[in-house]
Design a protein around this ligand. Structure first.
Ligand code: NAG
Ligand code: NAG
Ligand code: NAG
Ligand code: NAG
Ligand code: NAG
Length: 309
């Protein structure tokens, strides 16, 4: 549901590389019926896909009664997604690491933090080792890292090669910010979002081909990342663009977006091949993102090479 509009400052090239064999949170939780509600909402919010794409991660899961407590609040699916984001730590915390926190307490960033929608420290979870070997969890407050430690470690559900941990906690964390009403995706105006980032010319190109505009809008629900080239770059490329066939233009524009949400931070940590809106069963219009040294004063961002002819 979230949209990332990123300026092309990263090196983006076409290539076809092997897919890395990932893990599948849906399958892991499917073996544990007591987490079926939590699992269901990871799927309907499309969070499962985001989790599966991460390399080191910890999922704080609650059982069906814990979820029932949250569902009783009748949050919109979008607010619920934010709350679930807060339950995915952007680092590995297996049982051993949880019980041996350096200085007994740590503040860990979550995928809620990565959405950019979490003000102050609200995207962080405070984990504290308590007396008697208990491990407490709480959402950091807006002003400080201190938290009401009201949820506790229960057990490890799964631990994949010391990189991915799925652990049960007693109840969902509470966060007024994550639970606050949030706009539904169709309230996002992509043209406006891109214009704000200096991509007006690119936005106008999208709007000039209705099939492309529709494809972008329809992808927002499942998460979307747009790599929008700045006006200067698009203007320089426009004469060539005008020469392309409609199919060529369509592919090129669709190539500038990936059908899942990635913040800049996520993109930096999870380099590799990703599909684009232009990828289909015949067209290998995948994109590869890689970290690179980049000096804005010497090099200018340019649109990636046309995937088509
Ligand atoms: C993950 O597992 C579920 C259930 O087995 C399956 O429906 C889904 O397609 C899998 N996802 C991926 C990305 O393999
Ligand atoms: C976590 O919260 C507890 C309880 O409010 C607080 O005492 C502790 O200092 C916090 N931890 C960190 C690292 O800020
Ligand atoms: C989005 O914003 C632009 C610029 O303000 C406006 O022209 C357009 O009608 C808006 N689109 C939608 C779907 O609201
Ligand atoms: C556009 O196509 C025409 C005819 O094929 C060619 O002469 C011209 O150089 C092309 N312009 C650009 C900018 O590629
Ligand atoms: C790239 O695109 C092809 C063709 O559409 C697709 O079959 C393949 O799975 C993609 N590869 C990766 C690594 O995403």
């Amino acid at each position: 549901m979230r949209v990332a509009v990123l300026l092309l400052g990263l090196v983006v090239v076409c290539s076809a590389m092997a897919v890395t064999e990932g893990f599948n949170i849906t399958r892991i939780l499917a073996n544990h019926p007591e987490f079926s509600t939590f699992n269901h909402y990871l799927t309907v919010t499309h969070l499962a896909g985001e989790i599966n794409r991460r390399n080191t991660i910890t999922v704080l899961a609650v059982d069906n009664s814990g979820m029932a407590e949250v569902l009783a609040k009748h949050l919109s699916i979008f607010s619920l997604k934010n709350l679930l984001y807060l339950h995915v730590l952007a680092d590995y915390f297996g049982s051993r690491k949880l019980h041996q926190i350096t200085h007994r307490s740590a503040v860990v960033s979550t995928l809620f933090q990565a959405t950019g929608a979490a003000p102050g420290t609200t995207g962080f979870v405070n984990i504290t080792n308590l007396r008697g070997g208990r491990v407490g969890f709480g959402a950091a407050s807006e002003e400080s890292n201190e938290a009401n430690l009201e949820s506790f470690f229960v057990k490890t559900i799964d631990d994949v090669s010391y990189k991915i941990a799925v652990v049960q906690i007693t109840k969902m964390l509470r966060s007024p910010i994550a639970e606050a009403p949030t706009p539904a995706p169709n309230q996002y105006n992509l043209t406006l979002l891109m214009a704000k980032k200096g991509c007006t010319v690119f936005a106008n190109l999208l709007a000039s081909i209705p099939a492309v505009e529709t494809a972008f809008e329809e992808s927002v629900n499942g998460g979307l990342t747009i790599f929008c080239p700045i006006d200067q770059a698009v203007k320089a490329f426009e004469p060539k663009f005008k020469n392309l066939t409609v199919e060529g233009k369509t592919s090129l524009l669709l190539f500038h977006a990936s059908p899942f949400y990635m913040s800049l931070q996520m993109l930096k940590t999870q380099n590799g091949v990703m599909t684009t809106l232009a990828t289909d069963s015949y067209k290998n219009y995948n994109m590869t993102a890689q970290n690179a040294r980049w000096s804005p004063s010497r090099r200018r961002p340019a649109p990636p090479r046309s995937p088509g002819r």
